[in-house]
Design a protein around this ligand. Structure first.
Ligand SMILES: Cc1ncc(COP(=O)(O)O)c(C=O)c1O
Length: 401
């Protein structure tokens, strides 16, 4: 069933460390086993066809960016139209200010915006901006912000840099305040994802907002997953609270590589004294897609559809997990959620491999150790089919426990 995948993966591992350049898309990472689809041939709507010709209904949605589903006409037509005029030139594209204007209109707290290519890059830019604006060095952070040195604790990052970024626990106001109080000096920024496996509590958001206001700390919301997904104007619109700087990525460009940092004019103006620039930042195909996509999301019930179907998926996962107590856990909010085998079970890896094997056999891909992202292309029948697949998979693996 996965013969060509296996062959290609064997070859890929000889020439690409890990076999694939995105860690979260490695076969083993996705499915807890390599007896699984390793590469895709095509992706359209909610379907992925792998290199062996197997078709799956996908809920991973490329880790979040494909908010309308794969290959959506809005995205494809925007690319085709922009391509006629060229991808890059020595001059920036005239589309860039158009997109900036649209983002300023849609995102409540953004007065100015700069573009870049990846989420990690945009998060790093926001942090450098905050450090330059405040003339401070420490960062308080809660979430995942990509692979760059300022936040990532990976091997290879100097200890002196790691020590400047202190993590606090999401939805734990006491932990946030304790960490803020024990820092040797005030931080430049609080950088946070507004959603980590659950809705944020109102009090938690307010305490952070007030602490930042009181001490001149830049509040950065990383809306790479939530921007355009929860509402056109992201989690800030959904939860009715504003950040000083906002980082956008995935959701704003429908699968094209584009990220952005936007926010208060006085902070964004600091860009004049820091050096943050990139050759491809104003590449026109991604910008054209972002314009078309954000207008489409603003003018169509995309967010309501995602929330409605996401609720059906999340409620279904919860009902199923109650039928198998002690076997699996459920996390997330309607717009992004997941189900996973309990990590502290002694044979968790064996259970996971069997679980994902069964789900693939029923024709679905759900994300292991991460969110599923319902898209505008999903329909109720996909949700119900996936829930049946998950239920049957758990029923089968229950005996292995
Ligand atoms: C919240 C958040 N921030 C930053 C990143 C990093 O973005 P990228 O992988 O585009 O560098 C991600 C990626 O998953 C993310 O989810």
């Amino acid at each position: 069933m996965y013969e060509y995948s296996a062959e290609l993966l064997k070859f890929a591992k000889q020439v690409i460390p890990g076999g694939c350049s995105t860690e979260s898309k490695r076969t083993e990472t996705l499915f807890a086993s390599e007896q699984a689809p390793a590469f895709f041939k095509s992706a359209d709507g909610v379907e992925i066809v792998d290199v062996d010709g197997n078709t799956f209904i996908d809920f991973g949605m490329a880790l979040g960016p494909c908010i309308l589903g794969y290959n959506h006409p809005v995205v494809v037509e925007a690319i085709e139209k922009a391509l006629v005029n060229g991808i890059l030139s020595t001059l920036p594209s005239s589309l860039e200010p158009q997109l900036a204007k649209l983002i300023v209109e849609i995102f409540p707290s953004i007065e100015m915006v700069r573009f870049m290519k990846t989420g990690a890059e945009a998060c790093s830019a926001a942090v450098r901006l905050a450090r330059a604006f405040t003339n401070r060095e420490y960062i308080l952070a809660s979430g995942y912000f990509g692979w760059h040195d300022w936040s990532n604790k990976s091997a290879g990052v100097p200890a002196s840099i790691k020590n400047l970024c202190i993590e606090f626990v999401f939805n734990d106001s006491d932990d946030f305040l304790n960490k803020l109080n024990v820092l040797p000096e005030l931080p430049a920024a609080v950088v946070m994802e507004p959603v980590i496996n659950a809705h944020p509590e109102r009090e938690f958001l307010q305490i952070i907002r007030e602490s930042c206001d009181k001490s001149g700390i830049v509040l950065i919301w990383d809306e790479i997953k939530t921007g355009a997904r929860l509402e056109p104007g992201g989690a800030q619109q959904y939860y009715d609270i504003t950040a000083d700087l906002t980082v956008l990525g995935k959701g704003i460009a429908g699968g094209m590589p584009l990220a952005a940092v936007g926010g208060k004019r006085e902070i964004m103006k600091t860009w004049e004294k820091v050096w943050i620039s990139s050759t491809f930042a104003c590449e026109s195909l991604s910008i054209a897609v972002a314009i078309a996509l954000l207008k489409f999301i603003r003018d169509n019930p995309v967010n309501a559809h995602i929330e409605k179907l996401g609720t059906r998926l999340l409620n279904g996962f919860q009902k199923i997990s109650r039928a198998f107590p002690g076997l699996c856990s459920v996390f997330g909010i309607p717009h992004m959620n997941g189900i996973g085998i309990f990590e502290d079970l002694p044979n968790v890896k064996e259970l996971e491999a069997a679980f994902f094997h069964e789900i693939l056999n029923s024709g679905f891909i759900i994300k292991r150790h991460g969110y599923n992202f319902v898209s505008y292309a999903h329909k109720e029948e996909h949700i119900d089919g996936c829930l049946d697949g998950v239920y049957n998979a758990l029923k089968k693996i229950k005996n292995l426990e």
